[in-house]
Design a binder for this molecule. Structure first.
Ligand code: XMP
Length: 326
């Protein structure tokens, strides 16, 4: 049984040198644990699973099988980046699963937030399990568990997420970064050659854009969330706010309001901008985004995003608002 407590002697990984030493140590340990057997990994493209993928690709190459499930609720460009970085650049054995229709069909008409989360979590496990059963000779399941996951919620990544990964597949777990804190995972990710926008990206909820498309998800409103989010991220990056603000995103509620465009009355959705800072996500303050930038982002969103005629800025700290809208 491996312990779930970080060894007291373990130095905090703060430099590229310490990261390289950690990587070398892990490569040897992974090769010893796995030998010539095969490992399966659910690769979301988030920091933790990406770092685990990069480590395992180095350790065992093609014997790592990465499964990327595109549930249709990812941000613009994310699935493409996973394929580009892991398949094209790192030559990973990557199975890309287009499960967009499956998820959106299951979610159709479901408005209750926790119900939406449950459906997304359960469907994710189902899709992953189906893929796992198609593969032969897998004996290990790799997970991007990090130390705060263990401290907060036991052995499985469970923060807000419903379920976890399949338990009945009888895989032995491989958790190479389970004693690392997030800042250490990032240092290791950079040392492994992962791109900055993958390593330093803001937190993104497991149910993805699904909890930002308020109420029952429709494809057109989901596109409005995705496109407005891409504009917000692009403008924050251009204006030096990318690394400064902890989390920022857009929300599209399920109601419309009257507007006017080219002299003609419109009836379209509003987009809500949210940008917050926090230490631990338990409380949060609102970023003081320059007014001119808010106006510029508003102009771009109402011009470029289909079906949107207003933009609002959410001024609510946590409490009383949560960070997400659902
Ligand atoms: P709230 O909205 O509770 O969010 O103030 C706190 C942090 O948790 C993230 N969050 C989630 N993460 N699955 C996740 O993995 C979820 O269902 C979920 N809901 C919220 C949120 O983005 C914020 O960083």
């Amino acid at each position: 049984m491996s312990s779930n407590r970080r060894p007291e002697s373990m130095e905090r990984i703060t430099t590229p040198e310490l990261a390289n030493a950690f990587i070398e140590e892990q490569l040897a340990a992974l090769r010893a644990q796995i030998g010539s057997k095969k490992v399966l990994l659910a690769l979301s493209g988030g920091v933790d699973s990406s770092v685990v993928a990069a480590l395992l690709i180095k350790a065992i190459g093609q014997n790592l099988v990465c499964v990327h499930v595109n549930h249709g609720l990812l941000r613009k460009g994310e699935p493409e980046q996973v394929v580009e970085v892991f398949k094209n650049q790192m030559n990973a054995n990557l199975v890309y699963v287009d499960a967009i229709d499956r998820f959106l069909d299951k979610l159709a008409g479901v408005a209750e937030p926790e119900q939406k989360r449950k459906i997304i979590g359960a469907e994710f496990i189902r899709v992953f399990e189906e893929e796992a059963r198609k593969l032969d000779g897998i004996e290990f399941l790799a997970q991007g568990t990090i130390y705060p996951d263990i401290l907060e919620s036991g052995p499985v990544k469970a923060h807000h997420n419903v379920g976890g990964l399949p338990e009945d597949l009888n895989f032995e777990l491989v958790e190479p970064i389970k004693f690392l804190f997030k800042d250490e995972v990032r240092v290791v990710g950079t040392a492994l050659g992962l791109p900055d926008n993958m390593v330093y990206r803001q937190p993104f909820p497991g149910p993805g854009l699904g909890v930002r498309c308020v109420g029952a998800i429709t494809r057109d409103r989901l596109e409005a969330v995705r496109e407005s989010d891409a504009i917000l991220r692009e403008e924050f990056a251009k204006n030096g706010l990318e690394g400064k603000v902890w989390q920022y995103f857009t929300v599209v509620p399920d109601f419309k309001s009257t507007g006017v465009r080219d002299g003609v009355r419109s009836y379209d959705w509003p987009v809500i901008l949210r940008a917050v800072n926090t230490r631990d996500a338990m409380t949060a303050t609102v970023e003081d985004v320059p007014f001119a930038l808010l106006q510029h982002i508003t102009q771009r969103i109402v011009t470029e995003v289909k079906g949107v005629n207003r933009v609002l800025y959410d001024l609510t700290p946590k409490p009383t608002g949560t960070i997400e809208w659902e």
